[in-house]
Design a protein around this ligand. Structure first.
Ligand SMILES: [Zn+2]
Ligand SMILES: [Zn+2]
Length: 178
């Protein structure tokens, strides 16, 4: 979905965006990511023109399928993104005051000054909100470092180091003290 700046009325424009799961993998660079959509993406986006800039606000909702960094199993990750940022025409970027002031108070993104690519904005916002180390649940036990079994599902009899090096050091200190 592409919106032309000249088509945005002075009072602003409300855009409803909905895409099915397959939309995410249409983009070749996303096909190899461990991030997928489990539900369609629904977004409501408001665009308003501020001179040559565009103020973008809105909400994106979907459910992602991620892989747990500890147990490697896929799991669902509900995602809600609240957007509020300014789109700057790339041509204005280098000399513009607000850009020089760094991105302190407001988020700034860039566009070509003519067309706003809603698909790209939504995809980027989703990607920005994927956790670096996704965990399926807070108490995920992960995999056994010896046999590789998923310890959330089964137990094993492997000898695993039970104490952290820190704890061992502490014990040692205590022994010395007594
Ligand atoms: Zn896990
Ligand atoms: Zn094991």
């Amino acid at each position: 979905m592409v919106i032309k700046v000249e088509d945005i009325p002075p009072e602003g424009l409300e855009v409803e965006f909905k895409q099915e799961k397959r939309w995410w993998k249409q983009e070749e660079k996303r096909q190899f990511l461990n991030v997928d959509l489990a539900r369609p993406v629904v977004a409501k986006i408001s665009l308003s023109v501020m001179r040559e800039k565009i103020h973008v606000t809105g909400k994106i909702e979907t459910v992602l399928q991620l892989f747990c960094a500890r147990c490697l199993e896929p799991f669902f990750f509900p995602l809600k993104v609240e957007m509020d940022f300014i789109l700057f025409p790339r041509s204005l970027a280098p000399q513009h005051e607000a850009v020089r002031l760094k991105k302190e108070d407001m988020e700034i993104e860039f566009f070509d000054g003519v067309e706003i690519n809603i698909d790209q904005i939504v995809a980027e916002q989703i990607f920005l909100h994927v956790p670096m180390k996704p965990i399926c649940k807070p108490d995920c036990k992960g995999l056994c470092p010896v046999c590789g079994k998923n310890l959330n599902k089964e137990t094993c009899n492997c000898e695993r180091p039970r104490f952290s090096p820190f704890y061992e050091a502490l014990k040692h200190l205590k022994k010395k003290a007594s």
